[in-house]
Design a protein around this ligand. Structure first.
Ligand code: BES
Ligand code: ZN
Ligand code: ZN
Length: 504
């Protein structure tokens, strides 16, 4: 886990290479809003404004090369958008915009005017955290499988950012930076797991990555092999794994940050390391994207590591059922029936609806431990893409209080969630003909809701539960957010889950 950027906070430097100044658009007016600037900076900005080359809009930047100002060789202005809507997302977007420009200008060392980041935000520690996360998240790339450039000049340069304040930074600001580093390092770890191709990210490798990442933390990791999975009556996970040459794994990560309390929260993530659909095989177009079918599992693993590294005073357990879905000679056939850990029988009419099978046993197991809440996360249905596209993660729960907590956590983390319907109609659609349940609905409509209704059959009724479908948001096909690099896993909901675990 390494960054190609180091970020620090300190008292403002009086000289250096590049000074980065953030500016927003004053609400209702056309003028640019900044904190109090030096005479030189203010003059530069006001000239840019009257020349109509800078207005403070989101994703806007203006670079002055070799224009000595306030002791710095160069100056970069970056827009944050409307002052009143400067939030964590705007600050992260600002970080990404600044980095794009600085990299193009071959700048490796820069100083950010700290007071310019806190515009529109009362709590500057929060702003520093959001901005620093934006820097760390923006430099992520998955390049480990590319041959190393021989030419030294082409090698990735380490970037150095300092956020400078008028006074020595407070303990709260220093802590915020530490938090940002842990959280984004873990989110980038989730992305790396997701971006790794199927042959480099088998269930065994995924489990080993969880063990490795937990080293030096208070996490206890337990990994079940194929025999144990069968012995524990995980009929769904065993059936999906039948078609693959790779053995399945069930990963359990336990964190006890509040040992005197019995209360704990459970996260369950789909760790399908490659989904070709099984016998109900998928079309070959875009099938390579199905290496991302373990993003839910990766994001749970990363959430657990982050919670442990942050040392949160809560108890949390992560569960990741992991397998490939392939067409080997022993693969499940359409119509086959399995018995899940809770004794319910399921006929598998479509072997491509496998995520719900491996999650069924994991949800039963998680329920047995009586957590205060269960959250599962999965690249579960193509239908969620039709409903919500690439921006919003679909959330399914019947528990309105829980939905409130989820929305609050997502807002705090600046991630987008949308509540989706789940009711008895959807459950009705999942009844089996010759078994208790069928793994696909009788009609093709509301596919994400019927999938959620299926999962619900494996959660203890008394336990608050929500299902997160990240099939549209788990990886970036659209470059929606500039701090999610193009074509990479996003690590979505890691930040929301860290917040959420603390709300239960
Ligand atoms: N992993 C897929 C869901 C998926 C599809 C994720 C596209 C991201 C992009 C899942 O296992 C699947 O294939 N689901 C089927 C279910 C159907 C057969 C009821 C689907 O959504 O088509
Ligand atoms: Zn599938
Ligand atoms: Zn799948």
């Amino acid at each position: 886990m390494s960054h190609t950027i180091t970020v620090s906070v300190s008292k403002r430097a009086t000289q250096g290479s590049t000074l980065v100044v953030f500016a927003s658009k004053a609400s209702g007016k056309k003028s640019v809003a900044t904190p109090k600037l030096s005479k030189d900076l203010a003059a530069l900005l006001s000239q840019a404004e009257s020349d109509e080359i800078f207005s403070g809009s989101k994703k806007e930047s203006l670079f002055f090369r070799a224009h000595p100002t306030d002791g710095f060789d160069h100056v970069l202005f970056v827009g944050l958008g409307e002052s009143k809507s400067v939030n964590g997302d705007a600050l992260k977007t600002g970080a990404a915009t600044a980095l794009t420009k600085l990299r193009a200008e071959k700048i490796t060392h820069f100083e950010v005017l700290g007071s310019s980041l806190t515009l529109g935000q009362k709590d500057s520690a929060e702003a520093v955290q959001a901005f620093a996360e934006g820097l760390y998240l923006s430099v992520y790339e998955y390049s480990e499988l590319k041959s190393k450039p021989k030419d030294d000049k082409k090698k990735n340069k380490e970037l150095h950012a300092t956020i400078g304040f008028d006074q020595a930074p407070s303990a709260a600001i220093k802590k915020a930076l530490e938090r940002a580093e842990i959280i984004s390092e873990c989110q980038n770890f989730a992305r790396r797991l997701g971006d790794s191709p199927g042959n480099y990210m088998t269930p065994t490798i995924l489990a080993n990555e969880a063990i490795k990442a937990a080293k030096g933390t208070k996490l206890k990791v337990t990994v079940w092999d194929k025999a144990r999975i069968k012995k524990e009556r995980f009929g769904g996970l065993s059936m999906v794994a039948q078609g693959s040459a790779q053995d399945p794994r069930f990963i359990i990560m336990e964190y006890k940050g509040a040992p005197s309390s019995k209360k704990h929260v459970a996260f369950v993530g789909k760790g399908l390391t490659f989904d070709c659909g099984g016998i109900s095989i998928k079309p070959s177009s875009s099938m390579e994207e199905m290496k991302y079918d373990m993003c839910g599992g990766a994001n749970v693993i990363a959430t657990m590591v982050a919670i442990a590294k942050l040392g949160l005073k809560i108890n949390v357990t992560g569960y990741v059922p992991s397998t490939e879905n392939m067409t080997g000679p022993a693969a499940a056939k359409p119509g086959d029936v399995y018995i899940a850990r809770n004794g319910k029988s399921v006929e598998v009419f479509n072997t491509d609806a496998e995520g719900r099978l491996i999650l069924s046993d994991a949800l039963v197991y998680a329920s047995e431990k009586k957590p205060a809440a269960i959250f599962d996360i999965a690249t579960l249905t193509g239908a969620i893409l039709m409903a919500l596209g690439n921006h919003y993660t679909g959330v399914f729960t019947r528990d309105q209080k829980l939905m409130k907590d989820i929305q609050g956590a997502a807002d705090a983390a600046c991630e987008l969630v949308w509540g989706m319907p789940l009711d008895d109609f959807h459950v009705e659609d999942m009844k089996g003909t010759h078994a208790d349940l069928c793994n696909i609905s009788g009609n093709r409509l509301a596919g994400s809701s019927t999938a959620a209704a299926f999962l619900e059959q494996f959660v203890d009724e008394d336990i608050p539960w929500a299902h997160f479908d990240i099939a549209g948001t788990g990886w970036n096909t659209n470059n929606r957010f500039p701090y999610h690099p193009k074509k990479c896993a996003t690590g979505i909901m890691v930040r929301t889950f860290i917040e959420l675990a603390q709300k239960i």
